[in-house]
Ligand binder design. Structure first.
Ligand code: TYD
Length: 137
C-alpha cells in the first residue's frame, strides 16, 4: 500500500467528537509505538529522513502542519489539519514535516519500536538505497 490519506471514524454527539484507530483495521499495520511532536517553534522543520522498515500513520491531533513526501520521484505535500484524518506513510519514503501552527500536536503511530539503525538520514544514501531496492524487484 502506498502513501495515502485515511479518513478515520468520527462519532459525533452533543458532547463533542470522538475518533479512533485500531491496528490492522483503519491502518494497515500493527502498532508497535506511538510518539508525538509538539511545542515546535515557528519556522522549524522536522523529519528529513526515511525508514528502511518502519511504516507510520501521522495525525494532526491539534493545529496543522505539512508533511512533504518524496516517493518514486514524486514529491507531494499533505496539509494535515483535522484530527479525523491521517496520513499513511510506508517505509522507504523520504519525509519532512514543516509549517507547524502554534499549539499543533503531531501524533505518529509506528509499526516498529525505536531503532536508530532503521533511519536513513542522508538524502544521497536514501537515493542509493532506493536504487538497490528497485533492482531487487
Ligand atoms: P527524530 O525521529 O529524528 O525526530 P524528527 O523526525 O521529528 O526530526 O527523533 C529525534 C530524537 O528523538 C532522536 O535523537 C531520536 C529520538 N527518538 C527516540 O529516542 N525515540 C523515538 O521513538 C523517536 C521517534 C525519536
Amino acid at each position: 500500500m502506498k502513501t495515502k490519506i485515511i479518513e478515520l471514524p468520527k462519532i459525533l454527539d452533543a458532547r463533542g467528537n470522538l475518533s479512533f484507530i485500531e491496528e490492522n483495521n483503519q491502518i494497515p499495520f500493527k502498532i508497535e509505538r506511538a510518539y508525538w511532536i509538539y511545542d515546535v517553534p515557528g519556522g522549524t522543520a522536522r523529519g528529513g529522513h526515511a525508514f528502511k522498515e518502519q511504516c507510520e500513520f501521522i495525525v494532526a491531533l491539534s493545529g496543522s502542519f505539512d508533511v512533504i513526501l518524496e516517493e518514486e520521484k514524486d514529491k507531494r505535500t499533505f496539509h494535515l489539519n483535522r484530527s479525523h484524518y491521517g496520513l499513511y506513510v510506508p517505509n522507504m519514503v523520504w519525509r519532512q514535516m514543516e509549517n507547524f501552527s502554534s499549539n499543533s500536536i503531531a501524533l505518529v503511530l509506528a509499526s516498529t519500536s525505536f531503532d536508530e539503525n532503521d533511519y536513513i538520514r542522508e538524502y544521497n544514501q536514501y537515493i542509493q538505497f532506493k536504487k538497490k531496492d528497485d533492482r531487487s524487484f
